[in-house]
Design a protein around this ligand. Structure first.
Ligand SMILES: Cc1ncc(COP(=O)(O)O)c(C=O)c1O
Ligand SMILES: N[C@@H](CCOP(=O)(O)O)C(=O)O
Length: 462
């Protein structure tokens, strides 16, 4: 169902291919499935693929059998460079890192997008209409989505990134993929503008009627579903369900941490979810004082979190508003008109039961990176360092797991400044700096971007 209540209810396949709901809302399952304590305890003996099957099967049952799901997960996670897929590493007393960057493009996005690429392929088999995937990236979603979709038949991908505001490794991971179905657009604006353009394309009947559009951002429910898995995988290794576990999540679009919320709704005992932002702190302000108002984006050394409109927050507000689609449609319309919104008392109180939040500035981030390096011999990427700073400031009784969302080599300059270490690129990204780049720079206007896409995408079959 859509968070705004008036788009058609779809099955899993329909929601995956649609991406964004027709009423501008985001798809969520009609109810959260739950796992019993025994079912959660049993996960401790399973590898990542089998855990993924147990956690995701209830969400996909309308469209895939368990065996289908197992086949897709085996292929998706077979491309990871670590046998555990998302290994846990100890960082200090009761402090852990969940390494989510062992996929092909070195960030946590691969965990979901490797699977989503295969889901698209599966659902498009035999389809006559080509799919036009449009996405916005502040650096990591773009490369993961491009890796997952490059060269696949029946799909074109158009990826918008903010010109000059991603790291050189992030940019090259997108722009050196020269497959004919991959189109990189650098817009003269920030990530929020890119994300707003993508949503506007879905909502414009003149444009969305001409192409079969889909989304690879975490506005697509399938992305978040795949991210729920690693919360279970980590927690059972630290004693859940017998012992609650806490997670600290470096946050921008509120996708990764919302997946943690879903895990808690499914029955995983999570003591707290720490929402760690950089100075672009809309989520910290919303959770600590109810003020969800968006200012201008400040560029930081954590570019992937330079976001002031956090799409997935709508999913939380919807759940905390008793799933009242009409109320959320009104709240979001107000936000879209004024770029400001106040949480209701019920939303603020509901969120405070699980979420803690903090904004970490550039000095705090660099200090956390240095502390992990000097104290535990771990080189963190700057986004993970924001999470670790928050994990240290807001730790309670439970073991604390910081989500390590990117490989430090993606942000070599910032890592070197803080630790003196310049991390090497892993061999799996190959000769990134020798490859030819291809992308176009466009003004951040609806007209310029839609004209560009319309010239290159394959239209719907009449
Ligand atoms: C490395 C990294 N860390 C953290 C985040 C924030 O994740 P989310 O947008 O799901 O909150 C992102 C971007 O999404 C990222 O690329
Ligand atoms: N940080 C992201 C921004 C887009 O987030 P998504 O999870 O909604 O795709 C990025 O790296 O692109």
């Amino acid at each position: 169902m859509s968070t705004r209540g008036s788009a058609p209810v779809l099955d899993f396949e329909g929601a995956t291919l649609a991406g964004l709901a027709a009423d501008g809302g985001l798809y969520v399952p009609e109810a959260w499935p739950t796992l019993t304590r025994d079912e959660i305890a049993a996960l401790a003996d399973l590898d990542y693929v089998e855990t993924a099957v147990r956690v995701m099967a209830p969400f996909v049952a309308s469209s895939l059998t368990e065996d289908d799901l197992r086949t897709l997960c085996t292929a998706a996670y077979g491309r990871f460079a670590h046998r555990a897929v998302t290994p846990l590493v100890q960082l200090g007393h009761d402090q852990w890192l969940l390494e989510l960057f062992h996929g092909p493009t070195l960030a946590f996005k691969d965990v979901a997008l490797q699977l989503v690429g295969l889901l698209f392929e599966r659902f498009l088999t035999g389809a006559t209409e080509p799919l036009t995937v449009i996405g916005a990236t502040s650096g990591d979603t773009g490369s993961a989505a491009i890796d997952a979709l490059a060269g696949r038949g029946g799909v074109d991908i158009f990826m918008l990134h903010p010109h000059g505001r991603v790291s050189d490794v992030q940019r090259r991971q997108m722009t050196t993929v020269l497959a004919p179905n991959v189109h990189n657009i650098a817009i003269e604006g920030d990530f929020d503008t890119a994300q707003a353009l993508v949503k506007a394309m879905f909502r414009d009947p003149g444009f969305s009627g001409r192409f079969k559009l889909s989304a690879v951002n975490s506005i697509n429910w399938a992305r978040l579903m795949a991210q729920v898995v690693y919360y279970f995988y980590a927690a059972v290794r630290l004693g859940a369900p017998g012992r609650p576990v806490a997670f600290s999540v470096p946050t921008g679009n509120f996708g990764d941490v919302f997946a943690g919320y879903v895990a808690a709704k499914m029955g995983l005992p999570i003591e707290r979810l720490v929402v760690a932002t950089n100075v672009n702190d809309i989520l910290h302000r919303a959770l600590s004082s109810g003020d969800y108002s968006s200012g201008t984006v400040t560029p930081t050394a954590t570019p992937s979190m330079d976001i002031q409109v956090s799409s997935n927050f709508e999913r939380l507000l919807h759940d905390l508003a008793g799933r009242d689609g009409a109320a959320i449609a009104g709240q979001m319309a107000g936000f879209e008109a004024t770029r400001a919104m106040r949480l209701t008392n019920a939303q603020s109180q509901g969120a405070s039961a699980l979420f803690h939040s903090i904004a970490v500035d550039e000095d705090g981030m660099a200090a956390a990176m240095a502390r992990a390096h000097d104290g535990a011999g771990q080189v963190l990427d700057p986004h993970t360092a924001i999470g670790y700073a928050a994990a240290t400031a807001l730790k309670g009784e439970a073991p604390m797991v910081t989500l390590a969302t990117a490989h430090p080599a993606k942000f070599r300059d910032a890592v070197e400044r803080a630790t003196g270490v310049r991390p090497a690129l892993p061999p799996r990204v190959g000769d990134l700096f020798q490859r030819e780049e291809r992308y176009d720079v466009l003004p951040a206007t609806f007209e310029a971007v839609t004209a560009y896409i319309a010239e290159r995408a394959q239209p719907r079959v009449p």
